[in-house]
Design a protein around this ligand. Structure first.
Ligand SMILES: O=C1CC=C(NS(=O)(=O)c2ccc(-c3ccccc3)cc2)CC1=O
Ligand SMILES: [Ca+2]
Ligand SMILES: [Zn+2]
Length: 164
């Protein structure tokens, strides 16, 4: 059963901004992985994501290492934690950071940015972890072939319990 849900966004039109890029992947590949990670959720809810290239977006996306900016959570170097996202809300709410010390790839060798992004965006939309090991919100990374990846019913029940 999906984890209990935090209050979600009180609007369906959300903006996102990619602050910086990882050198591990082509920019276009990063843009695509982020867009697909968001589409996983917008496909099953009334949510709409609009990309902006400057100013403050609801979901600010950045690649960071160790202690970074005014973020209260830190990264731990290669492996371990791959990313973190803040639940819906003003300011840091919704912001999603990826650990730049990881090897981000789309070919299955390193970590799939698409998969980790989809998981983190689940948090940025208000979902917590699920104990259903087939769920995207399961706490442990399973390197599936992200091409044929789809949401589990548990994820869908969870997100629709907030934005149904
Ligand atoms: O709140 C937390 C705390 C710890 C986390 N660990 S992680 O960054 O290594 C991570 C773990 C699992 C995933 C994942 C799980 C299922 C499918 C795809 C990715 C992504 C990131 C991820 C996270 O969002
Ligand atoms: Ca790490
Ligand atoms: Zn952070």
């Amino acid at each position: 059963q999906y984890g209990y849900t935090l209050p979600g966004w009180r609007k369906y039109n959300l903006t996102y901004r990619i602050i910086n890029y990882t050198p591990d992947m082509a920019r276009a590949a990063v843009d695509e992985a982020i867009q697909e990670g968001l589409e996983v959720w917008s496909k099953v809810t009334p949510l709409k994501f609009t990309r902006i290239s400057k100013g403050i977006a609801d979901i600010m996306i950045a690649f960071r290492t160790r202690v970074h900016g005014r973020c209260p959570r830190y990264f731990d170097g290669p492996l371990g934690v791959l990313g973190h996202a803040f639940p819906p809300g003003p300011g840091l709410g919704g912001d999603t950071h990826f650990d730049e010390d990881e090897n981000w790839t789309m070919d299955g060798t390193g970590f799939s940015l698409f998969l980790v992004a989809a998981h983190e965006f689940g948090h940025a939309l208000g979902l917590s972890h699920s104990n259903d090991q087939t769920a995207l919100m399961f706490p442990n990374y399973v390197s599936l072939d992200s091409r044929k990846y789809s949401l589990s019913q548990d994820d869908i029940n969870g997100i629709q319990s907030i934005y149904g």
